[in-house]
Design a protein around this ligand. Structure first.
Ligand code: SF4
Length: 354
């Protein structure tokens, strides 16, 4: 199969590689009980302005196990505000929590949601809602690594990629930024001739063999320092004397965003691609490749992208209802079974979850 031309397929293989091989160079990622580095891999996450293809979270193993007490679902920023600041003794929630910068009624709603999820204790005292923490929210996230997947990095792709990487480097939200491109086998990988920021690392990746070479080491970005958000840049023509527009980003915002992204990564992992496809189509299959389940379309006879395998696909046909009730093999079966299979694999990557 020559087949990982589409970025989507390349990206799934890159996620699988990261799960098995991270880190690409010796680092101090703490090992889990099996001696493997403690990481969580996810895809297509970031901020409103910038979404990363692959994300690797390097974690503290003991703290990640403690995180599991809060359940497999993510904690959004409102829930994080509540559980991270919840006191050890019963206290009126407005006295216990720092002012959130938005109306208290949203905090009250988050308190109720946390209570419903069983991750916070609440009681009424007169009209007042008091709260008490159940567990301390652990400091499980050590580093965030962003990988941009560009299998075929020709000159115009490099031109488009450059401002994205410059944005990442200037804002310093991830500790490291990498580009993964298809390994060519040339003595000097062609990507090194492109004008990309030197702070970004470069991986020459072979999606067939799931191996990668580091051809350029990244620099560690200053995540605890103020960052710069590039809002607009001049077009650069001869007549364009305008200056770039940017704004400062404070470290507290970055700390909070990193944790929100990490929580979403913890919930979703990278196998959730099935959530945006049509596993309920009769032609949807999961094919096992070196232990990795990849989507396959039986009518198009290829690995479809998430955009192709959607409600607008002209070949979509609903699966027969009977498929949903039988145990079908991997190569052909109902959407619910595929989802269960992938969710099961996702769950196994999150220590501490039963
Ligand atoms: S026919 Fe369309 S919807 Fe069905 S699996 Fe193929 S790409 Fe997806």
């Amino acid at each position: 199969m020559t087949g990982y031309t589409a970025e989507f397929g390349f990206e799934l293989r890159a996620c699988r590689w990261a799960e098995q091989e991270w880190p690409p160079a010796p680092t101090s990622v703490a090992p889990d009980d099996n001696g493997d580095p403690t990481i969580v891999v996810a895809r297509q996450l970031g901020t409103e302005r910038r979404r990363w293809d692959t994300i690797v979270l390097e974690c503290d193993p003991a703290a990640l196990r403690e995180r599991a007490r809060f359940g497999p679902q993510r904690l959004d920023s409102d829930l994080l505000h509540v559980v991270r600041n919840a006191p050890g003794e019963w206290t009126y929630y407005r006295d216990a929590l720092p002012h959130p910068g938005y109306p208290w009624r949203y905090v009250r709603e988050a308190v109720h949601r946390a209570d419903d999820r069983g991750i916070l204790e609440t009681r009424k005292s007169g009209n007042r809602i008091q709260i008490r923490r159940k567990w301390t929210y652990p400091d499980w996230l050590q580093r965030v690594v962003a990988i941009e997947n560009k299998p075929d990095l020709d000159r115009s792709a490099a031109r488009r990629l450059r401002p994205q990487l410059e944005f990442d480097v200037a804002i310093g939200l991830a500790d490291e930024v990498w580009v993964a491109t298809r390994r060519t086998g040339d003595r000097v990988e062609p990507i090194l001739f492109e004008d990309l920021p030197i702070e970004a690392g470069v991986l020459a990746f072979d999606p067939e063999s799931l191996t990668a070479d580091v051809v350029w080491n990244p620099r560690t970005l200053a995540v605890a320092e103020p960052g710069t958000r590039i809002l607009e840049r001049p077009s650069g023509g001869d007549r364009d004397g305008s200056a770039a527009r940017f704004e400062y980003v404070d470290p507290e915002w970055k700390r909070e965003r990193r944790l929100v992204i990490a929580e979403r990564a913890y919930e979703r992992g990278w196998r959730s691609f099935v959530d945006t496809m049509r596993p309920d189509c009769r032609y949807f299959h999961l094919r096992d490749r070196d232990g990795q389940l990849l989507p396959y379309c039986g009518v198009k006879e290829c690995q479809p992208t998430a955009a192709e395998c959607s409600g607008s696909c002209q070949f979509y046909e609903p699966e027969p209802p009977a498929w949903r009730t039988k145990g079908w093999p991997i190569e052909g079966g109902p959407g619910t079974r595929f989802k269960t299979l992938l969710a099961e694999r996702r769950r196994r990557r999150r220590p501490g979850l039963e």
